[in-house]
Design a protein around this ligand. Structure first.
Ligand code: PLP
Length: 394
């Protein structure tokens, strides 16, 4: 009755779904305070007061047609706001003409792949990766080429990426801050990637896009962040307000192309057209207006830095080994046993502790801990992580 492709996907096992259902069941059975749910990737914080102030103003404004259809590309004032914000952050030129408002980063990535892929075109994904990417590529007949990040430090292995390029490769996807590892790629690593792409393009006469998915963009903990626009002139930048402003349920994000991007007019037109024909039409108007009316789009990363430090201390003291998170919501420790699924099952059944197996992200032997939870949950998980590690002989 339904498409074979979707039927196959429905039959695929999803650990995130299992965790979600098991988490609900365990909470009902034992009470919230006896379950330690670190499986969720949503924002832990409420939106800032500046957002609510702007939203209230938008709601109270006597504006006719406030809830009617809008521009497929997005409200001009919101695009203008984002262009100015990005120009300041990345010290490169942006015009509202090359910003497209979207239904979050997820909607944005679907617009991107719909706009750039022909059936059979390939997209390089760096493993581990956010598991939905595969679907976003195959939705439009694209194929994924998986290239692992380096073992311990999760850097981009430039030689491996180069080897994976074929005459069908259309794009390389980079996500920074990275889900699930917490890595923030360095400027040097991104620049090496950009140089390799330029050399390959010169040799082959083909063009590659660097799709830069950055929904955790401002949530970095080291004070610095890399600039993808100085690494390549063909960056398709995907941003979102889901995590940074705590608006995940409101579905608002954007795609931005900078001045250096050669075919920016054409691509921006394609993305806006895809917003229309894929049925999004445009990002939610109320949210676009509220964002346009905010004094600043800058975000304070310190509540997440605090969570990252507390969680890191707990995991380190328990004896887990991991790369200290540099940004985002996640830590990706090594599993004490090679079978990460067995480890996560044991954690769930024996300790009511929910973490996601690394194999779900294309890197077995690890597990993902989301610290985007309450400080109270992090504090009370100390003993349970210690007991879990001790159970596996730590
Ligand atoms: N990309 C990455 C790496 C993510 O982790 C997520 C959400 O968890 C998304 C994209 C989708 O975010 P949004 O809510 O903006 O669609």
């Amino acid at each position: 009755m339904i498409s074979h492709d979707i039927a196959n996907s429905l039959n695929e096992h999803s650990w995130i779904r299992v965790m979600f259902q098991e988490g609900k069941r365990l909470k009902q059975l034992h009470g919230e305070e006896h379950v330690f749910d670190f499986s969720i990737g949503g924002p832990a914080l409420e939106p800032p007061e500046a957002f609510y102030q702007s939203l209230r103003q938008v709601v109270d404004e006597p504006l006719a047609g406030k809830h009617s259809y809008g521009d497929y590309q997005g409200l001009y004032e919101a695009r203008e706001r984002i262009a100015a914000y990005l120009a300041n952050r990345y010290q490169t030129g942006f015009s509202p003409a090359h910003v497209v408002m979207t239904s979050g980063a997820a909607g944005a990535l679907n617009l991107v792949f719909r706009s750039i892929l022909n059936p059979g075109d390939e997209v390089v994904l760096l493993a581990p990766y956010f598991l939905e990417y595969e679907r976003y590529v195959t939705n439009f007949g694209g194929a994924c080429t998986i290239v692992p990040l380096t073992e311990e430090s999760f850097d981009i292995d430039i030689d491996c990426v180069k080897e994976a390029l074929t005459d069908k490769t259309k794009a390389i996807m980079v996500n920074s801050p990275h889900n699930p590892t917490g890595k923030v790629f360095s400027q040097e690593n991104l620049s090496q990637l950009g140089r390799m792409m330029a050399e390959w393009e010169a040799e082959t006469g083909r063009q590659l896009f660097l799709v830069y998915d950055s929904p955790y963009d401002q949530l970095t903990f080291g004070g610095t962040y890399a600039n993808p626009f100085s690494a390549s002139d063909r960056v398709i930048f995907v941003g979102s307000f889901s995590k940074e402003l705590g608006l995940a349920g409101e579905r608002v994000g954007y795609i931005a192309l900078n001045e250096a991007f050669e075919h920016k007019d054409l691509l921006a037109a394609a993305l806006a057209y895809c917003n229309r024909v894929m049925g999004f039409l445009h990002a939610p108007m109320l949210m676009q207006r509220a964002i346009a009316g905010m004094g600043s789009l800058e975000v304070d990363a310190s509540p997440y830095r605090l969570r990252s430090e507390m969680m890191s201390d707990i995991l380190r003291e328990a004896g887990f080994s991991f790369l200290p998170p540099q940004g985002g919501f996640f830590i990706f420790p090594k599993s004490p046993i090679p079978d990460d699924v067995a480890f996560c099952m044991e954690a769930m059944e024996r300790f009511h502790l929910l973490v996601v197996p690394g194999s779900q992200f294309g890197r077995a032997g690890h597990f993902r801990v989301s610290f985007s939870v309450s400080l109270e949950q992090i504090q009370r998980s100390k003993d349970v992580f210690r007991q879990l590690r001790a159970f596996f002989g730590g």
